[in-house]
Write a protein that binds this ligand. Structure first.
Ligand code: ADP
Ligand code: ASP
Ligand code: MG
Length: 395
C-alpha cells in the first residue's frame, strides 16, 4: 500500500541555529517513523536573507534583480544542506535539492517570481529510495536556467505548491507561533488562536500583511484544494487548519502592514507615475485624494526604485501603517471604527473598503494601540466566533 505523503515547511526561526535544526530533525523523524513519506521545505536561517539583502544594498541601492536572486537563494541552500547532514548523521537517509534541482520552474519575474510548474520526478525518485527529501524554499529556475526567488516569505509558497504537485496528504507549515491567530499575537496579547480559518479570510489577512502565510501559498492551496495547516516547531498541538470557501465570521481577524510610504504627488504627474509603477512592477496600494493633497501609497522597499524612475516628481513622503479588519461584515465598521479611534486620539489618515476587508491607514506609532482597541471592540467579545469554530470543525 502507498504510504501517505506529507510536506513539512520550516521557517527561518525554526532553522535558526544548529540546535534548532536538531529539533526540526526530530519532527521530521517522527513523521517518517509514523509511516509517512516526507518532503521538507526550508527557509534561510533567521536574519540571513536580510543580511544578504543588506550586503547587496551596500553595493547598489537598487541591485540588479537577477544577481540579487543568485545571492538571496544562497540562504536557503545553507539550511537545506545543514538539515540533510543532521538527518544523515542521525541515521536517516536524506538528500537536499535546490529549487533548480527540484525542477521548480518559474516565470522570469526576478525577486517576485511565480511558480509555473514542477517536474516532480527527481523528488519521487528519491522518495522511492526511502530518502527524506529536503528542498530549498523561496527559489526556482526559469526556462532559460536563471535562478529566481518568489518574494519575501516565499518558502510557504514553495511548500504548498510542492504539496499540490505531489498530491500530498497535508502541507504543514511549521513556524514560531502555534497557529493562526485573530491578530499577530506579538501585537495583541488577547488574540485568539483559530482552530480553523476559512480561505477568503486567510487570503484577506495575507494580502494585508499577516505574514504568517505568504499570499500566493494561500491562493494556491485554495484553488488546488491542498490541505494546509500552520503549527509550531516548538510546541505540540494541532495548530490551525485553513479550510472552507465561505467567510463565516463577521470579523475574523486583524492584519497589520507596516513599512508603507504615503507619497504626495502633483495631480498633473499622477497618470505618468501610475504608468511607471506598472512598467517597473510596483503595486500602488491606493491613491488618496485629500482636499489639500493627492498621494499614492506603496511599500517602503519599492521607494528607492520609484525615486530612481521619477527623479524629482515626488514632492514628499512619510511612513504609514495599515490596519485591516477582515471578515464578512467589516464594511459595517467603517464609521464606528473611526469614531472609536478618534475618541482615543488616534488619527485616521484614510479608509478603504474591499470585499471581506476594511483597511485604515494610520501613523506607524499608533497602529499597535489601534489594533488592540479594534480587537477588544470587535473580536474579543464575539462569542459567535467560538460557536462558528465548533460548527466549522464538526463539518
Ligand atoms: P517563518 O519564518 O516561520 O516563515 P514568519 O515570521 O514569516 O515565520 O511568520 C510568523 C509570524 O507571523 C509570527 O511570528 C507572527 O508574529 C506573525 N503573524 C502576523 N499575523 C499573524 C496571525 N494572524 N497569526 C499568527 N501569526 C501572525
Ligand atoms: N528566506 C526568505 C525570506 O526571508 C523566504 C522565507 O523565509 O520564506 O523572506
Ligand atoms: Mg514566513
Amino acid at each position: 500500500m502507498k504510504k501517505p505523503l506529507i510536506v513539512q515547511k520550516f521557517g527561518g526561526t525554526s532553522v535558526g541555529s544548529i540546535e534548532r535544526i536538531h529539533q526540526v530533525a526530530q519532527h521530521i523523524i517522527q513523521a517518517k517513523n509514523s509511516g509517512n513519506q516526507v518532503v521538507v521545505v526550508v527557509s534561510a536561517m533567521s536574519g540571513e536573507t536580510n543580511r544578504l539583502l543588506d550586503l547587496a544594498k551596500q553595493v547598489d541601492s537598487v541591485p540588479d534583480a537577477r544577481e540579487l536572486d543568485v545571492l538571496l537563494a544562497a540562504g536557503e541552500q545553507v539550511s537545506m544542506a545543514l538539515l540533510a547532514m543532521t538527518l544523515n548523521k542521525m541515521g536517516y537517509k536524506s538528500r537536499s535539492l535546490t529549487g533548480a534541482q527540484a525542477n521548480i520552474v518559474t516565470d522570469n519575474q526576478h525577486n517576485d517570481a511565480t511558480i509555473k510548474h514542477i517536474d516532480i520526478s527527481p523528488i519521487t525518485e528519491l522518495l522511492e529510495q526511502d530518502q527524506i527529501v529536503i528542498v530549498a524554499g523561496f527559489q526556482g529556475i526559469t526556462e532559460r536556467g536563471d535562478i529566481t526567488t518568489l518574494g519575501r516569505g516565499g518558502s510557504d509558497t514553495s511548500a504548498v505548491t510542492l504539496a499540490g504537485a505531489l498530491c500530498a496528504d497535508e502541507c504543514q507549515i511549521f513556524t514560531d507561533v502555534d497557529g493562526i491567530y485573530t491578530c499577530d499575537p506579538r501585537v495583541v496579547q488577547d488574540a485568539q488562536k483559530l482552530d480553523i480559518i476559512d480561505f477568503p479570510s486567510m487570503e484577506a489577512m495575507a494580502k494585508n500583511g499577516a505574514k504568517v502565510l505568504h499570499l500566493p501559498s494561500v491562493q494556491y492551496a485554495w484553488k488546488n484544494r491542498v490541505p494546509l495547516r500552520v503549527l509550531s516547531t516548538f510546541d505540540v498541538n494541532q495548530g490551525s487548519l485553513v479550510k472552507g470557501d465561505e467567510c463565516v465570521y463577521p470579523v475574523s481577524g486583524l492584519a497589520i502592514q507596516r513599512d508603507m510610504y504615503l507619497i504626495k504627488v502633483a495631480k498633473s504627474s499622477l497618470e505618468l507615475i501610475e504608468k511607471q509603477c506598472r512598467l517597473i512592477g510596483i503595486a500602488i496600494w491606493d491613491v488618496i485624494e485629500h482636499p489639500d493633497w493627492l498621494a499614492i501609497v506603496v511599500k517602503q522597499d519599492a521607494y528607492s526604485k520609484l525615486e530612481l524612475v521619477l527623479q524629482g516628481k515626488v514632492a514628499d513622503h512619510h511612513s504609514i501603517s495599515l490596519l485591516t479588519a477582515v471578515g464578512a461584515n467589516t464594511y459595517e465598521l467603517l464609521h464606528s471604527s473611526s469614531q472609536l479611534l478618534a475618541s482615543n486620539e488616534i488619527v485616521t489618515i484614510h479608509q478603504k473598503v474591499d470585499e471581506w476587508s476594511l483597511t485604515i491607514a494610520l501613523l506607524p506609532e499608533s497602529v499597535d494601540y489601534a489594533a488592540n482597541l479594534l480587537h477588544q471592540a470587535y473580536i474579543k467579545p464575539s462569542k459567535a466566533l467560538v460557536c462558528l469554530q465548533k460548527h466549522a470543525f464538526l463539518n
